[in-house]
Design a protein around this ligand. Sequence first.
Ligand code: PNS
Length: 371
Amino acid sequence: MRIIAGSARGVRLAEVPTGVRPTGDRVRESAFNALGQFFDGGEVLDLYAGTGALGIEALSRGCERAVFVERDRRAISTIRENLRRAGLEDRAEVVRGEARRVLESRVSNVYNSRFRLIFADPPYRIAPDELEGVFECLGPALTPGGRAVIETGASSSATPSGTAGIQKIQKGASRRYGDTVVTIFERSEPTMTVAVCPGSFDPITVGHLDVIRRASRVFDHLVVAVGSNREKNPRLDAHARARLIERVTGDLPNVSVEVMEGLLVEFARQQGARVIVKGLRAVSDFDAEFEQAQLNQTLDPEVETMFIMSSAEHSFLSSSAIREIAGLGGDVEKFVPGSILDTVREVYSKAGRGAGPRAGVGDQIETNNKR
Ligand code: PNS
C-alpha cells in the first residue's frame, strides 16, 4: 500500500498487522476522489485507524493535523511507523482506545465541532449498537460543512443515517465496492448566524440594552451570556442577573439569555455561535477588549469577535458606576431600564451593600427560552 497523492505521495506503508482490515487501495482512492479538493487545512479524525492509511493520506493532501484512534497495540505501532515514513509525526496524535469511549469522553469538550473530516472504518462484525453509539458522536464532532466518510459492510444493519446525533449531517453519495459500502455525510452549514453577547451585567444598563438591541438586528439569534464571574463578587448571582436581562429583552424575539460557566469560546461553540459581539464605549475600553479578543481568537480561531460602538449618550455608562451611585444613595433612573429600576434600587442601594452575592431577587421572573 502506498500514499496516493500529496506531500507523502508514493511512500510505501508498513506491513498490515494480522487481524487488521485495511481500506483497500481502490476504496481509498475512490473515497478521496469523491471528497475532491477538501484538504485545505483543518483537522482529521481517523477512527478504527488500522494502519492509519486514511488519515495519513488526508495529511499528505493538506489537512493540518490528524487524530488516530485505534485499540490494537500492533496497529498503533504500525500507525506510528507509517507516520514516521511519511514524515508526518509532528502533525499527528495517536490515541489508543475504543472509538466509542474516546469519542464519548471527548465529544462534549475537546472534540466538539473540531474535525473537518472524519473517517470511520469499523470492523464489519462490530455490534450494531456499538456502531450507533459511534455514529451519534460524529455529527457534534464535525465542524459545520465538515464531512464524515463511513465504511460499513454491505450487510451491516447499523445505518449512520438512522441515528439522532448524525441528523445534522446530510447524506451524500453512497457507493458499494465488493462487500464494502462507503458513504459520505456532510454536516450542514448553519443557516442561522448565532452570536453571543457576553458580560457580567451587574447590573444590566441602558447602554448594554442598546448594544443588545442593535446586535439583535444584525444576527439571526443573539444569546446574552451572563458570566458567573464569582471572583468579581457580584451583588446578584448569575441566574438572578440573567432573569433581569430576560425581563428587559422580553420584546426581542431572537434574544435569549443564558448563564455562562467556563470559557467564553467553549460556550459560543456549545451555542453554535461563531461570533462574539461586544459593546465598545471609548478608547479606554480598547486595550482590555483587544486583549480578550486576541486571547479568544487564539483559543478558537473559528470564533470571531465583533464590536458595536456604544451610542454617544451611553459612552460614559458602566455597571460599576451604577453600583457606586446606587450604593451612595444617588438616583440611577436614567441608567437602567425602567422595568428593573425598583429591583436595582433595592439590590444595589445602601441597604443592599455588603450583602455579597444574592440569589432570589428576580426569582419570580419567568424564563422565556426563545430558541
Ligand atoms: O462585563 P464584563 O465583566 O467585562 O464581562 C466579562 C466576561 C464575562 C465577558 C469575561 O469575564 C469572560 O469572557 N469570561 C469567560 C471566561 C473566559 O473565557 N476567559 C478567557 C478569555 S478573556
